[in-house]
Structures are given as structure tokens and as C-alpha cells.
Design a binder for this molecule. Structure first.
Ligand SMILES: Cc1ncc(COP(=O)(O)O)c(C=O)c1O
Length: 431
């Protein structure tokens, strides 16, 4: 039970202090309990606590924020549609992509291509677009018209290990393009991708992957949706993950870091073309039949404005770059650990994949709870982290983390892997 958050640290019920190694859930990018963000919430609550854009009105913070975000977004994206979180953002993006083709008289173009290991939320279509099987098993049939494509996961490349990204059909986008071709020109509506896969194990696509997807989408008249729910607003050192490849997707979804999680907010940034479609007075029934009770919530928009202002004023994109370099240096020795298969990093997102055999890259059986046991040991040592898919430990601290806190985080993580590894090799196996 966490009872308090102070900067990059959390205080548990029993008084234990923990470094917030995951910034909540890749969310509290500016750290906990900042006065400027708290003030923004209070001021807005006193002025106007509610006016939703779904209700046919707007509010100054919603309008101002939409303008700020479209200024920060890659070129050619000018409209912003607000929702309450990441799942709603991706549901909205998929609906807008399908609507685009319906309005073009091509309603059969409804298939969304989603990557294996991608995580896009857990609402309706997004549950199916999340290509992580544990999220499906208990919920029966999935949504129609979602097709899986392989992930550019070089450590466990579906096209063969060891992967040579320059010639690998998955990394080069050929496998994805074949799927689009199989579907035919009248079926593929959109490709959805995280610039860096988060919950699927911090998978960092090889350089050029997003740019290749952009070209493939253009060739086959499919829209490109970049799910920037984690990467948006600075986590990789640029405002958006797409900025690293200088591409403009058709839709960008965001949530989490836009408010540093102080108040829930999400949204979709749409291309000029889609924005014009949304504003087209000839559309029937006269306005977009989509939205949510908290779309454009003024309190959430006010805290997002304060959050963006702080990132700019305090040069936090630069801080992410510096802290990433420091973290890369600190974590490098872990690559030699006999149980560490791979360490992956993009900005302030790190995944440490544990294996039971480095030669064969064999995974621990799920029952071993290998990563979970290490995460528990790290927590006992003073670091809050998580084991993704049971065997990938991750770090994604607030941007404001100090070098000393980074050093301690890596030290605790290494010690936790070491301590729990001994347990397992003795064959106790029950954690
Ligand atoms: C990349 C990505 N997309 C979408 C979501 C879903 O966001 P939410 O939980 O706010 O619905 C998440 C949540 O972790 C995410 O990491």
C-alpha cells in the first residue's frame, strides 16, 4: 500500500521508502506531488470543474491544450480529440480510421493490423489489438477485423535467430506488407504500432522501422496509427517517439504522461486530412457521433498545460537524454550476468530480459515466476519495478530522477536478480 509520493520516491504504509522505478505505470513523468501541477488542478477546480467537449461546448484549457499539442506534434497533424485514457484513445483512433474509409465509400477497408506483443489497451477492439495472449484467455471471442503481424523483436525474431535487421523480413516490414497484400487493397484500414513496445517487454524496433511502416501504409492506402501512450510527451527524449524517425503518422494516440498521471486524460492527434473530414459540415448527422463524458475535462487539460510548461521550462527533454545516457552506462554490466539474455533501452525505458539459458535464449517456465521473484526482492530492497510477461524487468523512472537515484535503482535491480537467481538454481522453485 502506497500512502505518499514525493518526487521520485514513494512511501509505503509501513514507512518504507521506494524509488518509483516505473513512474507509476510509465506515467508520473515529472514525479509526485509537484506544487505547480497541484496548483493547476486547484485553480481549475475553483474556476470551472466540468465542461465536456462531448456536450457540444468547450473550455479555455481544452482549446489552449489542443493548440499546444498540435504545435508539438509532427508536421501535418493539427486536430486533437480528447478522451480519458489510453484505451479510449486507441478505440477512438481505430474508429476514426474506419470512419475515414466509410466516408470514402470503401467500408470494406476495416481491418486493423496490430503487432504481436503490442499493447493498446483493454477496452473493446483494443483488447483484441493488444496482442498479448494473457489478456485474452478469460474473455472469449475477440473483436473482428483485427489481424496480427509479427513484432520486430530481434532477440526472439520470428524470422529466425540470430536476427540480422538489415535483411530480416520482419524488421524490414516485408512480413507486414505481405499481410496487407494478402488482405487486398479493399480490406486494410490501418496499422497500429507503439514506437517502442512497452508492456510487451520494452521492444525497441530497429532504426528505420517506423519510416518503413509509413511507406508501406502509403503504398497500400492504409492509415498509420502511432500509439504514443507511453512514448508521448518525452519518455524517449523527444516530444513523440515518431520524432526519432521524422515521420508523421495519420493518427497519434496519447495519455499517461500528458498530465504525468495527476488527473486522467488521453487523446488522439489527427492528420489535417482527417481533421478536415471531422469538421466537414456536409457530414451526417451533422457532428461526430463519438465521445465520452470526460472528453476535454477542463481540470485534466489545465494540469496537462502545466505539465507541458514544466517540461519546456525545466529542459526535461534534455534531462531525459542525459539521464538515459547515465542509465545506459550504469546498466551495461548487467549484460554480462549469466541470467540476463538482453538489456534493451530507448530513452528512459529499459527492459532486462531474464533467461534460464543464455545460449539457447530459453525462457523460464511461467511457474518459476523468475522475474516476479526478482521484482519482489527489488521492492524489499527499495525499488518499485515490475516483471513484464514474468521475465522482463523494467525501469521507466520519472524524468526528474537524480543520477544517485538511478545508481541505486540499478544496484538494487542487480542485487535482486542475483539474490533470487540463487534460490532458483537450488531448484526450490516456489519463490
Ligand atoms: C502503449 C499503450 N497503449 C494503451 C494503453 C492503455 O491505456 P489505459 O490503461 O490508460 O487505457 C497503455 C497502458 O499501459 C499503453 O501502454
Amino acid at each position: 500500500m502506497i500512502v505518499r509520493g514525493e518526487g521520485c520516491e514513494l512511501v509505503a504504509e509501513d514507512g518504507q521508502r521506494l524509488i518509483d522505478g516505473l513512474a507509476g505505470l510509465w506515467t508520473v513523468n515529472l514525479g509526485h506531488s509537484r506544487e505547480d501541477l497541484v496548483e493547476a488542478v486547484h485553480d481549475q477546480l475553483r474556476t470551472l470543474p466540468y465542461a465536456a467537449t462531448f456536450g457540444g461546448v468547450s473550455s479555455p484549457p481544452a482549446i489552449e491544450l489542443a493548440g499546444r499539442i498540435s504545435d508539438l506534434a509532427p508536421p501535418g497533424l493539427s486536430g486533437v480529440f480528447f478522451v480519458s485514457g489510453g484505451s479510449e484513445a486507441n478505440e477512438t483512433a481505430i474508429k476514426l480510421a474506419r470512419r475515414h474509409w466509410v466516408r470514402r465509400g470503401r467500408p470494406g477497408k476495416s481491418v486493423v493490423l496490430a503487432h504481436d506483443r503490442g499493447y493498446h489497451g483493454l477496452a473493446g477492439v483494443t483488447t483484441t489489438a493488444t496482442r498479448l495472449q494473457p489478456y485474452h484467455v478469460e474473455f472469449g471471442v475477440g473483436a473482428p477485423d483485427v489481424v496480427e503481424v509479427p513484432a520486430p523483436y530481434t532477440y526472439r525474431c520470428p524470422a529466425g535467430v540470430p536476427c540480422e535487421p538489415e535483411s530480416c523480413p520482419v524488421c524490414q516490414g516485408k512480413s507486414l506488407e505481405e499481410k496487407v497484400e494478402e488482405l487486398g487493397a479493399e480490406r486494410g484500414a490501418a496499422v497500429i504500432v507503439e514506437p517502442v513496445f512497452g508492456s510487451g517487454g520494452v521492444i525497441v524496433p530497429p532504426p528505420g522501422y517506423l519510416a518503413r511502416l509509413r511507406k508501406i501504409c502509403d503504398r497500400h492506402e492504409a492509415l498509420l496509427i502511432a500509439d504514443e501512450v507511453i512514448t508521448g510527451f518525452g519518455r524517449t527524449g523527444t516530444w513523440f517517439g515518431c520524432d526519432h524517425e521524422s515521420i508523421s503518422p495519420d493518427l497519434i494516440t496519447f495519455a499517461k504522461g500528458v498530465t504525468s498521471g495527476y488527473v486522467p486524460l488521453g487523446g488522439v492527434v489527427v492528420s489535417d486530412e482527417l481533421w478536415d473530414e471531422l469538421r466537414d459540415p456536409a457530414q451526417r448527422p451533422g457532428y461526430l457521433m463519438h465521445g465520452f463524458t470526460h472528453s476535454g475535462h477542463p481540470v485534466a487539460c489545465a494540469v496537462a498545460l502545466a505539465n507541458i510548461e514544466a517540461i519546456e521550462k525545466e529542459g526535461l527533454l534534455g534531462r531525459v537524454k542525459d539521464a538515459s545516457a547515465t542509465l545506459a552506462g550504469l546498466i551495461a554490466p548487467l549484460r554480462d550476468h549469466p541470467e540476463v539474455g538482453e538489456v534493451r533501452q530507448a530513452g528512459l525505458m529499459v527492459g532486462v530480459e531474464l533467461v534460464c539459458d543464455r545460449e539457447t535464449r530459453q525462457r523460464w517456465p511461467i511457474e518459476a515466476g523468475r522475474g516476479r521473484r526478482a521484482a519482489v526482492a527489488a521492492r524489499e530492497g527499495g525499488l518499485l519495478t515490475r516483471a513484464l510477461l514474468d521475465d522482463i524487468l523494467c525501469l521507466a523512472p520519472p524524468f526528474t530522477i537524480s543520477d544517485e537515484q538511478l545508481r541505486r535503482s540499478v544496484e538494487i535491480l542487480g542485487d535482486a536478480i542475483e539474490a533470487t537467481g540463487d534460490l532458483h538454481s537450488r531448484g526450490d522453485g516456489d519463490g
